[in-house]
Design a protein around this ligand. Structure first.
Ligand SMILES: [Zn+2]
Length: 635
């Protein structure tokens, strides 16, 4: 979240980079199209098509009770968070008008004691068998995002009343403690929202409660950890998958450590956060930028278990905090990888649905189909993932362009126009003319509202070994991959930057479950083999059927030709048929034939089987896909 601190609060550290408040975004290309489609087909209609999202709060004490999943109360909060972030990225007035109504309805359902969940009076925030405090965390986050965008004081007040209830129930020497109530990966998440709310209000109790939750991270009962022991385990050099609670929800309480570092300056919090982040990059981030295997870290990025949408969204949110914490451009490279492959791929291009699982190899099942057990009367399409997935697109407004005391940082490449408000009433427009990531050529017209002295930092991705940059036609020396290129000058209307990124192929050679297989990347885009674009190869093979059971092991069902890395050359191809992929290439196979590869996001869009771990001859040595963990050497 952006900075909006009350005067009275001392902040120990400021983020190295922070999102730009009131930045204007106009995103074009495939990403822009999907943002528009998700707005029209999901954000504007989901609550009315699934009114139980709000009605479960209105009739919480009415018997007979609605049957609910333990996390049902999260839907409204996750939806609101995603919707506000999408709205920031699109400036959609229609969405803003609808969200104003939605927030009003949500606030009106808050009980007199501050409770805003779906459980009856006697069960309020007791978390017995529910994820009630977790659900309130998501509502607090959504309300604070809305408040930041609109200044709606009622939204902030609603979040404060939730925080007051949490403090009343659990702050100080209370029994049970919050950590004693169970499902701690989820129910300790308010450490994050309380820390943010403290910065907005200066209310000391919120900070005390957040710090108490950090203490409770390490709580034990009968020698067993009740929660994830995130801080101490990370400081002891443990990998995240080796910690007591490596489920994905843990990333939300862990984000509280970054917030508290900025407030209190505890260096150990920052160290722990960085350790956890690098641990996930190294051991649990899949080839498509997705996080988790079967909803948790396993230490094996080749694990074919489900890569859940919620996990990847939490991973990107955690990475935004890491980027704010470190200002390391490689973190932005990681976010781009996850966004262009996993997030683009988890959504139907129509914007109507998203997946629960976006596997490296397999098929795309809508979440309303794959995890239909979460559907109820009044909420047929709601599940943890359907309300969460658009946040992956909305978070572009967090990282596309950022600011620091030493200037502006441009992370997002793609057809777009952004207007960054600078101090003194000056604004900086940056318009990109490009078809990136189809090609690596990006033209950026820089137009300050009046000439201004400023450093603009341009992200040079780590995979672009030979990047070339010119300023007004003059080549800039010393362009280093895996860093920001800082250009300091007096910018004037008519200044143009031309960036040529190196789109030559790079490879990740698989191990363990993917032994003998290779992932191929063109720039940030993972390539995939989709049955749909290779129909001739798969006519008349042995008769098998797929597609009824999401749990079916689909990854081995598609028999692939072998590719030869030594002679792999991509020829751009076009698809004349219906629903074309974003990118399509013809390649030679090792047997002298031809096959088609498409971008990962397009793979499986029409229900066909696809694979992105491909059989290869002459597989090259893996060029590290991300820079190695810099903390390794100091452990
Ligand atoms: Zn989910």
């Amino acid at each position: 979240m952006s900075e909006s601190t009350s005067q009275s609060i001392d902040i120990a550290e400021h983020p190295v980079l922070h999102p730009v408040p009131r930045c204007m975004y106009e995103i074009g290309g495939a990403v822009g199209e999907l943002l528009g489609a998700v707005t029209d087909q999901w954000m504007l209609v989901a609550p009315k098509a699934n009114p139980a999202m709000l009605e479960m709060f209105a009739d919480r004490d009415v018997v007979p009770f609605r049957d609910k999943t333990p996390w049902a109360g999260e839907f409204a909060g996750k939806y609101l968070t995603a919707a506000v972030q999408v709205m920031k990225t699109t400036q959609s007035r229609e969405l803003k008008a609808w969200l104003k109504e939605f927030v009003g309805l949500l606030i009106s359902r808050q009980a007199e004691d501050g409770y805003l969940g779906p459980w009856p009076r006697a069960a309020r925030l007791t978390n017995s068998g529910t994820w009630d405090t977790w659900a309130h965390y998501h509502i607090m986050m959504g309300l604070m995002f809305w408040y930041e965008e609109t200044g709606d004081a009622k939204a902030l007040e609603c979040a404060c009343r939730i925080a007051d209830l949490i403090c009343e129930k659990y702050l100080g020497e209370k029994s049970p403690r919050l950590v004693d109530t169970g499902s701690t990966e989820m129910n300790l998440a308010p450490v994050h929202s309380l820390a943010i709310l403290y910065r907005k209000t200066g209310n000391r109790r919120y900070l005390d409660m957040a710090r108490q939750i950090v203490e409770e991270f390490g709580a034990k009962k009968d020698g067993e950890f009740l929660a994830g022991d995130y801080l101490h385990a990370a400081l002891a050099g443990k990998q995240f998958f080796e910690t007591p609670k490596p489920r994905w929800e843990s990333l939300h309480p862990i984000m509280g450590l970054a917030e508290l570092y900025w407030i209190r300056g505890e260096k150990s919090y920052r160290r722990a956060y960085e350790q956890i982040w690098w641990s996930i990059v190294e051991y649990d981030r899949h080839n498509n930028g997705g996080f988790s295997s079967g909803e948790r870290a396993t230490g094996n990025p080749y694990d074919p278990s489900a890569i859940e949408t919620c996990c990847t969204i939490a991973w990107i949110a955690a990475s935004v905090e890491m980027l704010k914490l470190t200002g390391d451009s490689v973190v932005a490279d990681e976010i781009e990888l996850s966004t262009l492959n996993s997030v683009m791929g988890m959504h139907s291009f129509s914007g109507r649905w998203a997946t629960y699982n976006t596997p490296s190899d397999g098929a795309r099942f809508a979440s309303a189909h794959h995890i239909v057990f979460q559907a109820r009367p009044g909420s047929p399409e709601l599940n943890c993932c359907s309300v969460n997935s658009p946040r992956g697109l909305g978070m572009i407004s967090d990282w596309a362009v950022m600011q620091s005391t030493d200037g502006v940082y441009l992370n997002y490449y793609g057809p777009s126009r952004m207007i960054v408000p600078l101090s003194g009433g000056v604004s900086l427009e940056m318009e990109q003319t490009t078809d990136y990531p189809a090609s690596g050529r990006v033209l950026i017209d820089v137009r300050p509202s009046k000439p201004c002295e400023l450093t603009i930092h341009f992200r040079i991705p780590y995979w672009s070994e030979r990047a070339a940059v010119t300023l007004n036609g003059t080549r800039i020396q010393e362009v280093k991959p895996g860093s920001y290129l800082a250009i300091k000058r007096r910018w004037t209307q008519g200044d143009r930057i031309e960036i040529d990124l190196d789109m030559s192929l790079h490879f990740w050679r698989g191990e363990r479950d993917c032994e003998g297989l290779v992932s191929v990347y063109r720039g940030p885009v993972l390539l995939a083999y989709d049955q749909r674009y290779n129909r001739a190869r798969h006519a008349g093979e042995k008769a098998e059927t797929y597609g009824q059971d999401p749990g079916q092991a689909l990854w081995n069902m598609l028999t692939l030709p072998t590719f030869d890395a030594r002679s792999l050359a991509l020829e751009p191809a076009t698809w004349d048929g219906w629903l074309p992929p974003h990118m399509l290439f013809t390649v030679k196979t090792a047997d002298g034939g031809e096959a088609m590869l498409c971008d990962f996001a397009s793979a499986g869009q029409t229900g066909s089987l696809y694979r992105s771990w491909l059989p290869f001859e002459g597989a090259p040595k893996t060029r590290l896909f991300s820079r190695a963990n810099p903390l390794r050497s100091v452990r």
